[in-house]
Design a protein around this ligand. Structure first.
Ligand code: NDP
Ligand SMILES: N[C@@H](CC=O)C(=O)O
Length: 432
């Protein structure tokens, strides 16, 4: 190996720009750590005419992926284009050419991770993807390396910066959903198609990656139950706040007696729980290990420089591995059999908001319906219903109940005349 490592950068948007900036600003630090000068020698884009916020020599910018993949001098490809295709094909081709890969692409890793890792191993190449989960937080490294001496039983986190930014602004500033989403897009937090942020898919991909690594199983995206925040209303948030909760989009991966559940859904988190105070674009991941107990990782979950630091930490590892001649060794392999929980095995507390007739005896009848499903109540809040004095808002918080029983009782609520409407139902976490 000579003293220079040439890198092909696929993508020059938010994250790619950060990569170029940091390679330049930290070149001495990278040299001191690796003994090599890192140079971005080719950049793949869609539109070479686009104005860029960082200067690069136009000679190195191309629209032809072969100029990176088949350049004998390029040893590492950083893929920060996003999406499944053509990213998957380019990476597979690059691995066949012996290139090491660093990617921030969770869409790709959550769906085709196994295939890419297998291919990389066959060709003795590294494939790292720290930036794919929780932006600047080194959570993959923590789970794969730091927890290798423990058994993880729970991973719970805020792993999408865009939705956390939206929920925080809705709650603190009563801002409208659409307005805040636009801001998150301008700040470079949101995905090219922000529906995947808002509808929870981005977080689900990240939870599939974290649970695969944490529980040593092959989790697929279809194994993750997903609900986004598009139907969360300011009223829901306010009623939750009256009861001491903060609304967050929470990813949960739990393992009980070998049975696994993984979900992403809008969740009321008790204000005393550390996740309740994670605001704006910040992410946090709580990891429970049987031996260590509770741990928590916190930091910016999206954005140019935070995400670029995660990409470049992988690059530094690749360069060190090249130097030591140990590439292709450090990829986690699933060795546990995946057994998923059924609805009757998934237990949580729930927040249920109803519009009911404002009459005596209604709460007792509702409690009776719930008791038939073995659900008991921890908290009750009754508020006037603004547009009709004969109705009331009734907010119930249950004790731990199975998801199946909750679904049964919600179905039963639809069939009684003293309940006009089930307005919302959310999981509640923290403080049990
Ligand atoms: N933004 C963030 O905060 C984070 C992003 N990520 C992930 O990082 C990746 C990149 O995200 P981000 O930087 O925000 O994305 P952007 O949309 O800002 O940038 C994408 C870049 O890829 C180029 N590109 C896209 N498709 C092609 C193609 N078919 N051929 C050639 N070039 C292509 C675009 O070219 P052109 O400029 O010419 O249009 C652009 O430069 C995604 O996988 C994302 O999920 C991960 C963590 C955080
Ligand atoms: N769109 C993502 C970007 C980082 O993964 C987010 O908002 O978290």
């Amino acid at each position: 190996m000579n003293g220079k490592i040439k890198v092909g950068l696929m993508g020059f948007g938010t994250v790619g720009t950060g990569v170029v900036r940091l390679v330049d600003s930290y070149k001495e630090d990278f040299f001191n750590q690796t003994g090599s000068v890192i140079e971005v020698s080719r950049i793949l884009v869609r539109n070479p005419e686009k104005e860029r916020s960082v200067f690069v020599n136009s000679d190195i910018v191309t629209t032809d992926p072969r100029e990176l993949i088949y350049d004998q001098e390029v040893e590492v490809i950083i893929e920060v284009m996003g999406g499944i295709e053509p990213a998957r094909t380019y990476i597979l081709e690059a691995i066949e050419q012996g290139k090491h890969i660093v990617t921030a692409n969770k869409d790709l890793m959550a769906i085709h991770g196994e295939e890419l890792i297998k291919k990389a191993r066959e060709h003795g190449c590294d494939l790292f993807y720290e930036a794919s989960v929780a932006g600047g937080i080194p959570i993959i490294n923590a789970i794969v390396e730091g927890f290798s001496s423990d058994r993880i039983t729970k991973i719970m986190g805020i792993v999408n910066g865009t939705t956390n930014y939206i929920l925080t602004k809705m709650s603190h500033e009563q801002a409208s959903f659409d307005e805040v989403l636009q801001e998150a897009q301008q700040l470079g937090y949101a995905e090219a198609d922000p529906t995947s942020d808002v509808e929870g898919l981005d977080a689900a991909r990240k939870m599939a990656i974290l649970s695969s690594l944490g529980f040593h199983v092959g989790m697929n995206l279809e194994d993750v139950s997903v609900r986004g925040i598009s139907k969360v209303t300011l009223e829901d948030i306010k009623y939750g706040e009256q009861l001491g909760y903060t609304m967050k989009l929470i990813g949960i991966a739990k393992k009980d007696d070998e049975l696994i559940e993984v979900s992403v859904e809008p969740t009321f988190v008790k204000n005393t729980h550390p996740l309740a105070n994670v605001n704006g674009v910040f992410n946090a991941v709580y990891v429970y290990g049987e031996a260590v107990g509770e741990t928590m990782f916190y930091g910016p979950g999206a954005g140019e420089l935070p995400t670029a630091t995660a990409v470049l930490s992988d690059l530094v590892t690749v360069v060190k591995n090249i130097k030591l001649g140990v590439n292709g060794r450090n990829m986690a392999t699933p060795y546990n059999v995946k057994k998923l929980k059924r609805e009757e095995d998934i237990y949580a507390k729930y927040f249920i908001r109803l519009i009911v007739n404002d009459e005596s005896g209604v709460l007792a009848q509702i409690a009776k319906l719930m008791a038939a499903e073995e659900i008991s109540l921890e908290k009750v809040l009754q508020e006037p219903y603004p547009s009709n004095p004969k109705k009331a808002e009734l907010i119930l918080v249950t004790h731990q109940a199975s998801k199946k029983c909750i679904n049964n009782v919600l179905a039963a609520f639809e069939n009684v005349d003293y309940i006009e409407k089930v307005k919302s139902c959310y999981r509640v976490e923290g403080g049990e």
